[in-house]
Design a protein around this ligand. Structure first.
Ligand code: UT7
Length: 338
């Protein structure tokens, strides 16, 4: 018997308000045809002005805790992946912890952007395997809409991102047969900071030659909006997600045929189709959600996981593969039996 971790509950939450590509045509210099052809996105959810990232996270977390059959007092750690926290500090994990009413347990924010949820699951797995923690709430949540340029000039990035939250409970389990019993098998985590400025949010920050983290000139230059070199990101995303997942599968002696479901990050439908084509993955094994949510960054994988459960596509005992790529550059892959 070996101590391991297992996903025992999943939850998610998206804001009610749907913004279709046609709604965006009225704000930005874009078209439904361009967005669908280039990205696959049809619509996304954006929050009302009184909603912050931890508000979405609390709903997803409560559902994950309930679906795990636990009480919130059973949770002994929070790991919160987000690039769009409620405030610069403290981390959204602290706000979430207060809203859940579970004081004193550790609350850790991590900032690995679109790769954040795989990093978060891997960190939770390590804590559980060490024996120090038993039930870790792992959350990915984003409110992108409040940080996007939603004017005609903002189309390059503004059409791509949506708001949402997903959460899982990773719980300690004893595994006697690693080939058949549900558990988190392993993850490969990567980063290459030499590409940091290919997809980044410059301001506010201390990285300027300035006495202030932010000033009017930076604001006028639009440095508070995300900047992305889309083509470079696209090429690296395809290459790195394939490379990471291929290496992980090889190391674990797992073939594409062995895997029941692929829950990839959702940045562009064309990225996922290319990966499926190169890796010979049947399209029906790839569960895509970008059409209705856009890119929800750290929330994407748990949001997709919960939708797959609700759609009957993800069932106990299934072998799942995830891979993600994002700002940093960061990228990662994971194998887990549900
Ligand atoms: O999750 C984090 C990781 N992010 C990603 O993985 C994103 C990766 N990159 C991509 O998905 C794609 O590069 C984009 C969807 C961002 C862009 O698609 P693209 O096929 O690379 O288009 P492009 O940037 O080369 O732009 C093509 C044309 C340009 O016009 P010209 O120069 O050909 O006249 C753009 O100005 O499309 C124009 N364009 C738009 N037109 C209408 C760019 N954005 C838009 C828009 N609506 N929203």
């Amino acid at each position: 018997m070996a101590l391991s971790s297992k996903i025992i509950g999943v939850g998610s939450f998206v804001p009610e308000k749907v913004f279709t590509n046609h709604d965006l045509e009225k704000m930005m210099n874009t078209s439904d045809e361009w967005i669908q052809q280039r990205t696959g996105i049809v619509e996304r959810r954006w929050v009302d002005k009184n909603v912050g990232t931890s508000d979405l996270a609390v709903k997803a977390s409560e559902e994950a805790i309930a679906n795990a059959g636990l009480d919130k007092s059973d949770v002994d750690m929070i790991i919160f992946a987000t690039l769009s926290p409620d405030h610069d500090f403290p981390g959204s994990g602290c706000f979430l912890q207060a809203k859940l009413g579970i004081p004193e347990i550790p609350a850790l924010d991590i900032r690995q952007q679109c790769t954040g949820f795989i990093y978060a699951m891997s960190i939770a797995d390590k804590f559980i395997k060490s024996g120090s923690h038993k039930n870790i709430l792992v959350v990915g949540a984003e409110v992108h809409s409040k940080g996007l340029d939603r004017t005609p000039e903002g189309r390059n990035v503004g059409v791509l991102f949506g708001d949402g939250a997903g959460a899982v409970i990773m719980s300690a389990t004893e595994v006697s047969d690693a080939k058949t019993e549900g558990h988190f098998i392993d993850a490969h985590l990567h980063a290459d900071g030499s590409y940091a400025k290919e997809l980044w949010l410059p301001g506010p920050g201390t990285g300027f030659d300035s006495e202030n983290r932010f000033d009017a000139a930076m604001f006028e230059e639009g440095l508070h909006y995300p900047q992305m070199n889309g083509k470079v990101v696209f090429v690296h995303a395809v290459k790195r997600m394939i490379e990471s997942l291929t290496n992980l599968c090889k190391e674990q002696g797992v073939t594409i045929d062995d895997i029941d479901l692929f829950l990839f990050h959702q940045a562009n439908l064309r990225i996922n189709s290319k990966i499926a084509e190169v890796m010979n993955i049947p399209e029906e094994k790839v569960f895509n959600t970008i059409q209705k949510y856009g890119n929800t960054t750290a929330a994407t994988i748990p949001l997709g996981m919960h939708d797959a459960v609700k759609a009957g596509k993800l069932k106990p005992g299934m072998l799942v593969a995830s891979a993600a790529f994002g700002s940093g550059f960061t990228w990662a892959s994971a194998l887990y039996r549900f």
